[in-house]
Design a protein around this ligand. Structure first.
Ligand code: AMP
Ligand code: MG
Length: 649
């Protein structure tokens, strides 16, 4: 359902004492108004060095090309009227003038009626002549004469001066990316140097006490600086010269000094983090001291990305991206890239958008422009865009995502079947060879490893078992990995198959209780006894799983209605359960054996789960599907699964 826009939608809404939330459009308009119009910074470069650069100015042709009327063939320059009566049986005899016009030779004698002058391809047409006759259509006729047996039309085989490029015409427009063809055109006009847009120098600073650069060890409660790396790369991808200045702690004095030095060496400054309420106050104060007009938008109705802050300080844009990497990425691509390219004199990234169909309904918050990360797969009739977001804090989904789509602030959903415009993260669409949609398992990566080595690209999209089955029924994937227990038949997976799907056995995963090694409450017990021991100790905290997870069914069976401390902590993955126990936030939970062992936790086996594949029969013969089936059955695949703690079926 969508609402009709009312004028009120465009008015800023007071959110709190620091933030005035602007619509995406209003924020962009204010940012652009503070930045443009402006001259594109440019440099004069030698033609050969300008390859790949954007022209900073229109190029007006300084000369005609060709500079003179030129012969297109080897032959004879003639007056066409002389040949009006020429034919197979009525040859016309012409006297040859005493000159040969080779390339680079200026003619000296006129072509008078009844005469012809020998001319080479590229030679200038002499005075009096108005056509060229090809040498193949003539015959020698004694000394200093030829015979011609066909008529010639005026202008035949002549390229007139300026017919290719006319002096004064706009040859190339500013913003054109210089390729070999453009270099050819410029060279033809004798242009040796061109003004090209100088790559914009963009300084990048990450902010946060918690940030550690990749390559250094992680302290407790610290995280790796992701935004610094992402933004640096994204700026290079868009023709900028990225200058990464590292991470600065949340300290007003240090931050101000870092921002001042950054602005001295750059055309634009991009920061990330520290824009939320409270912390944002610090940024506010610093930016106000850096130049006019200062902040033009702080708080934009985007999801994710609300804390985005846009400022202009004495002509230079200063942008503070939200801290969460996905939010930083969306807002950077949607709001900053267009401005960056325009400042740098680069054309908009035309190749960066494709149209794709949405297979499932996507709910959206009314009032905020929402970004949804998507994975592209090839459907029966065109591209299909799967939402793959894991929430604004997630970075992993990037690897699988090809881009994002935008849901309008005035829509509360995007219905299934919508044709949406997808903004690509990469310049080109990469449609995967093998598409796996369903429940995720670390064992999948082990089986698909040989496919990647063989050059086949694999896309696995984690949407849970039921979501995978639905995708398989719609024919949007090759395989749906599932682990669904059927109470009635007490079997796994098979009862869930429908027409057009067949079961490919995968592997078994042992589910069990995880605890920290050495915890005397659990050591040496079976699963039922361990849970009884946990329930008996009021200080013992559990970590649960989300409703609908196969693992949750097993936990509920063991708890038999009890809801101990920690029951409402319901993370959505095996790894989160192990992390909670390893980091003492909980004392026990249920996860699969390989995950427990990877975290060096104690493990009490409880029940074996069947992780199988629903194969879309119609796609069975595809090469990538066969390669997957081979890998699954191979000695190498089975051994890798066993080493990781899985039991191949
Ligand atoms: P902030 O706006 O600074 O409160 O940051 C919001 C969230 O993003 C926090 O969880 C930060 O730890 C995280 N964050 C901020 N900057 C970065 C960064 N450069 N890389 C990864 N995460 C970040
Ligand atoms: Mg921070």
């Amino acid at each position: 359902m969508t609402r009709t826009p009312s004028p009120k939608d465009r008015e800023p809404v007071d959110q709190d004492q620091f933030l005035i939330i602007l619509s995406r459009e209003e924020a962009l308009a204010r940012f652009e108004a503070a930045l443009f119009p402006r001259a594109v910074p440019s440099e004069r470069w030698a033609l050969a060095d300008a390859l790949g650069c954007a022209l900073a100015e229109d190029i007006v042709a300084p000369i005609d090309v060709p500079p003179f009327d030129r012969s297109n063939v080897d032959g004879f320059a003639v007056r066409s009227a002389d040949l009006a009566s020429a034919g197979e049986t009525t040859p016309v005899r012409m006297m040859l003038n005493d000159e040969v016009i080779a390339c680079g030779t200026a003619p000296t004698r006129p072509v008078l009626s009844g005469t012809a002058t020998s001319i080479a391809t590229g030679g200038p047409v002499p005075r009096g002549a108005d056509a060229i006759v090809m040498v193949e259509h003539t015959q020698p006729a004694g000394t200093r004469a030829i015979e011609i047996r066909r008529a010639a039309s005026p202008g035949q085989f002549v390229s007139y001066a300026g017919s290719d490029i006319a002096r004064g015409e706009v040859l190339l427009r500013a913003g054109t990316i210089i390729g070999s063809r453009e270099i050819g055109m410029l060279a033809a006009c004798g242009i040796a140097q061109v003004a090209v847009a100088r790559p914009l120098r963009v300084a990048i600073i990450s902010t946060g006490d918690e940030l550690v650069q990749p390559g250094s060890p992680l302290r407790p409660a610290a995280i790796y600086d992701t935004n610094g790396a992402i933004v640096t790369a994204a700026i290079s991808e868009n023709g900028g010269e990225a200058i990464f200045l590292g991470a600065v702690p949340d300290d007003e004095a240090q931050l101000e000094s870092a921002m001042r030095s950054a602005l001295q060496i750059s055309d634009m400054l991009v920061l990330s983090g520290g824009t939320s309420k409270g912390a944002g106050d610090v940024t506010h104060r610093i930016i106000a001291r850096l130049g006019k007009p200062g902040i033009v938008a702080h708080g934009v109705a985007l999801k994710p990305g609300k804390p985005l802050c846009l400022a202009v300080c004495d002509g230079k844009p200063v942008v503070i991206l939200p801290g969460f990497p996905t939010s930083a990425m969306f807002t950077f691509h949607d709001m900053i890239v267009p401005v960056l390219r325009r400042m740098a004199g680069l054309p908009p990234r035309l190749d960066a958008k494709v149209s794709a169909r949405i297979p499932v309904r996507i709910a959206s918050e009314l009032g905020r422009t929402e970004f949804v990360m998507v994975s592209l797969v090839e459907g029966a009739d065109g591209l299909i865009a799967y939402p793959t977001g894991k929430g604004s804090g997630a970075i992993t989904s990037f690897a699988q995502a090809d881009g994002f789509l935008r849901i309008d602030a005035l829509a509360d959903q995007m219905p299934a079947g919508t044709d949406a415009e997808v903004t690509l993260f990469t310049p080109h669409v990469r449609v995967p060879d093998l598409v796996i949609v369903g429940s995720h398992c670390t064992g999948l990566d082990l089986v698909t490893a040989p496919l990647a080595r063989a050059g086949l690209s694999v896309r696995s999209i984690a949407v849970g078992s039921l979501g995978g089955l639905a995708a398989a029924r719609r024919g949007e994937c090759d395989f749906a990995p599932i682990h669904l227990f059927d109470d009635k038949t007490e079997t796994y997976n098979t009862p869930y198959l429908t027409d057009g799907l067949e079961l490919v056995p995968g592997w078994r995963r042992m589910q069990g209780i995880v605890f920290r090694k050495g915890d005397a409450r659990f050591e040496g017990l079976g699963a039922e006894a361990a849970v009884r021991a946990a329930l008996a100790d009021p200080a013992c905290i559990m970590v649960n799983r989300n409703q609908g997870a196969g693992t949750r069914i097993l936990i509920d069976r063991l708890l038999a209605g009890a809801k101990p401390d920690g029951y409402w902590n319901q993370p959505r993955s095996h790894n989160a359960v192990a992390a909670a126990v390893a980091q003492h936030r909980a004392d026990w939970g249920m996860t699969i054996a390989p995950v427990a062992h990877a975290s060096d936790l104690g493990f009490i086996p409880f029940a074996e789960e069947h992780y199988d594949f629903a194969l879309v029969s119609a796609r069975k013969q595809r090469a990538a599907v066969q390669a997957f089936l081979d890998a699954l059955a191979s000695e190498e695949g089975r051994a890798a699964l066993e080493r990781a703690g899985f039991r191949p079926a």
